[in-house]
Ligand binder design. Structure first.
Ligand SMILES: Cc1cc2nc3c(=O)[nH]c(=O)nc-3n(C[C@H](O)[C@H](O)[C@H](O)COP(=O)(O)O)c2cc1C
Length: 341
């Protein structure tokens, strides 16, 4: 990876304190293993929104995968198909959403929407995704404007300007910095979105809607009351609001508040099988993997991502075996204890 691309992938907002905290928050929990349980096999299979997947670990939506490997999203989709993992694809994919589907028809895939300045353009994207066999719509709500990505700025990156967007010339990324006029910082009007948009999207599509970027009980409840079938607790890999709480921190309370009515997923800082186990114990139904997928993609394309998914699956299975849990139903909060201090 070239330095500018590394900065794009690794970088977060501001001081990157949230990037670091995402990783650290998993270390706040210790596991309470139960030995002598006679386990001879571990089953990682589960259902996410009623769809059977090989593992609760899914691939997060991440833009511009063509920066990492010439096969771009086709590589991650084929790796997901061959491992039975779910993969989420960004509005800002390098390949078009139809080409991703054609590259790996067997890949279970959901479409991640960045709202477009015109709602009709968002509608068109959603309808295309529905036609191309994406089985859920993931609305990202934490990026009405891009967070201040200092590392990218310091490393002098405009990676390639403009980075091609496979979904068409009319599709745009979140707005950049505000303009200072008349004593106020003014954001582009399309950044100015409210919760009604969920209702509008529900009228647009029959696909189940997932809201990505929730970090509070209040918003978890709001999303579910407005019909979301799942929420993803995420701070966007620390790339948006530096200092935001982590998805893992929010998990127990959000699960308590909405877990009986909707599925709750978490992402940010997941690097090891044990991290996945902690998230599952705290009530996550799905666990998203971000940057490691891009590292694997850069290192080895489809084979690299497949290897990553397999490594993580094996780690999770061994962790479960050692913890005395043979399947996901046996994982509950009694498996973890919060470290003092
Ligand atoms: C390079 C990069 C691009 C991303 N692009 C998107 C995107 O297009 N849409 C989105 O909802 N989230 C995007 N994210 C956030 C991820 O979906 C996910 O929330 C985050 O990366 C998880 O944290 P982790 O990288 O620590 O695993 C991106 C993250 C990275 C690192």
């Amino acid at each position: 990876m070239s330095d500018p691309i590394w900065a794009y992938v690794q970088g977060g907002a501001g001081d990157e304190s949230t990037v670091r905290e995402n990783i650290a928050s998993f270390r706040h929990w210790r596991l309470r293993p139960r030995p002598l349980t006679g386990i001879d096999a571990v089953d990682l299979r589960t259902q996410l929104l009623g769809q059977t997947v090989a593992s609760p670990v899914y691939i997060c939506p991440m833009a511009y995968q063509g920066l990492l490997h010439p096969d771009a999203e086709a590589a991650t989709a084929r790796a997901a198909a061959s491992t039975g993992a779910l993969a989420l694809y960004s509005t800002l994919s390098t390949l078009s959403l139809e080409d991703i589907a054609a590259a790996a028809p067997a890949c279970r895939r959901w479409f991640q929407l960045y709202l477009q300045p015109e709602f009709s353009e968002s509608q068109r994207l959603v309808q295309r995704a529905e036609r191309a066999g994406y089985s859920a719509l993931v609305l990202t709500v934490d990026a009405p404007v891009l967070g201040p990505r200092d590392r990218q700025t310091h490393d002098g990156v405009a990676i390639r300007s403009p980075v091609p967007i496979g979904n068409g010339p009319d599709v745009v990324p979140p707005a950049r910095a505000p303009e200072f006029t008349d004593g106020r910082y003014r954001f582009p009007s399309d950044a100015n979105v409210t919760w009604d948009v969920l209702e509008r999207l529900r009228r647009t599509t029959a696909l189940p809607i997932v809201v990505k970027g929730v970090l509070t009980v209040e918003d978890g409840l709001r999303a579910v009351e407005l019909g979301a079938r799942a929420v993803i607790l995420s701070n966007h890999g620390g790339r948006q609001l530096d200092g935001a709480v982590t998805g893992l921190d929010a998990l127990p309370d959000v699960v308590r508040a909405v877990g009986s009515r909707a599925e709750v997923y978490v992402d940010g800082g997941v690097r090891r099988g044990r991290d996945v186990l902690v998230a599952l114990a705290l009530g996550a139904k799905g666990v998203g993997l971000g940057r490691p997928v891009l590292w694997a993609l850069a290192a080895g394309g489809e084979a690299g991502v497949r290897r990553l998914v397999q490594l993580l699956g094996t780690e999770l299975a061994v962790s479960m075996m050692l913890a005395g849990r043979r399947d996901l139903r046996e994982i509950d909060p009694s498996l973890v204890v919060r470290r003092a201090g």
